[in-house]
Design a protein around this ligand. Structure first.
Ligand code: ADE
Length: 318
């Protein structure tokens, strides 16, 4: 299987059922066919590096996850879910999963590289104009709506999970905490407590069962508020106090907020998930609609670039 004339790629090695030798990883920035670059960030489950395909020059991001951490945390099913979810998502505003590589101890997710980095970094320098807030919110809603229509809920939407590409367009990443409908309990509600406190919907804090679509809409509301204001609507150094504020749902928009945007924010940050605005209703909102064009999801195709097209997620870890 391996062609001696060229450096064997990790996927070649994996397809051949082999393992990567330490010599290929130690004292070398070559990782199979990828040249490893700088550290881009640390996610909930591991580090993300910039890398380049030596043969094509294509930029990618490689997320490294330790198998041991997954096993110890009892997260095998969780990571398998992340893989199956990302394989199913093909949308211009969602980070693509190109291939998965594995060694004895680690799993490597080869992801689309978002050249602009974290949107959060831009946000921390201030706030966005109303037009830019709208543009990024439209792209976010387009991506989230696409996921929801496929039964996928992110459940951890926050500015840190929003990246920018080379055109300064939005890319949503990190589906590490998301769930799919087939994991939903018979009562139709999700029950795990997860997510970042500041972006968490009140019904999650109340430890009631919750609807994945509704909590994503709430998080999108917090994100839109932060785009426009440059700070969080519900915040406190004391976590309990912050929770209480979220629970009450009282917030004040900065003075530059237009009445139309204020109205939409009020509908997004409705503490009652039943009356909270839905994705479909958001798309009909006059503030949202300005200049909005529904993006066509990427043409869907079967992955052929796996560590063998017969890659079986059940075969790992171990
Ligand atoms: N940081 C985390 N994931 C990334 C990605 N896919 N592209 C660029 N930076 C990132």
């Amino acid at each position: 299987i391996l062609d001696n004339s060229s450096y064997p790629s990790l996927s070649d090695v994996a397809a051949a059922g082999g393992e990567i030798t330490p010599a290929e990883l130690v004292n070398s920035n070559l990782f199979g066919k990828y040249e490893l670059g700088k550290l881009l960030g640390c996610g909930a489950f591991g580090k993300v590096y910039h890398a380049r395909d030596i043969n094509t020059g294509q930029n990618v991001a490689i997320k490294v996850v330790s198998k041991q951490r997954i096993l110890k945390g009892g997260l095998t099913a969780h990571v398998k879910r992340e893989i199956s979810i990302m394989r199913r998502l093909h949308h211009p505003h969602i980070v693509r999963l190109y291939e998965i590589l594995a060694t004895k101890t680690k799993i490597y997710f080869v992801l689309e590289f978002a050249k602009g980095g974290e949107l959060f970094a831009k946000l921390s320098k201030g706030r966005f104009s109303e037009d830019l807030s709208r543009r990024y919110f439209q792209q976010l809603i387009s991506a989230v709506g696409y996921c929801h229509s496929r039964g996928v809920y992110h459940r951890d939407l926050k500015p840190e999970n929003l990246l920018l590409d080379e055109n300064w367009d939005l890319k949503v990443t990190d589906f590490g905490l998301s769930a799919v409908t087939d994991q939903i309990r018979p009562d139709g509600l999700l029950h795990t407590l997860c997510g970042t406190p500041a972006y968490v919907a009140p019904e999650i804090l109340a430890k009631k069962g919750y609807d994945g679509a509704k909590v994503d809409v709430w998080s999108c509301g917090i994100i839109l508020f932060v785009f426009n204001a440059g700070y969080l609507p519900f915040n406190d150094t004391n976590l309990m106090t912050m929770y209480r504020k979220i629970y009450k749902g009282e917030f004040r928009c900065p003075k530059w907020t237009s009445p139309q945007l204020k109205r939409l924010l009020t509908r997004l940050l409705d503490t009652n998930p039943v009356t909270r605005i839905t994705i479909e209703e958001i798309k009909d909102d006059p503030w949202f609609q300005k200049g909005y064009q529904e993006v066509k999801p990427d043409h869907e195709f079967e992955f052929k670039s796996w560590s063998g097209s017969d890659f079986d997620p059940d075969s790992f870890p171990g």
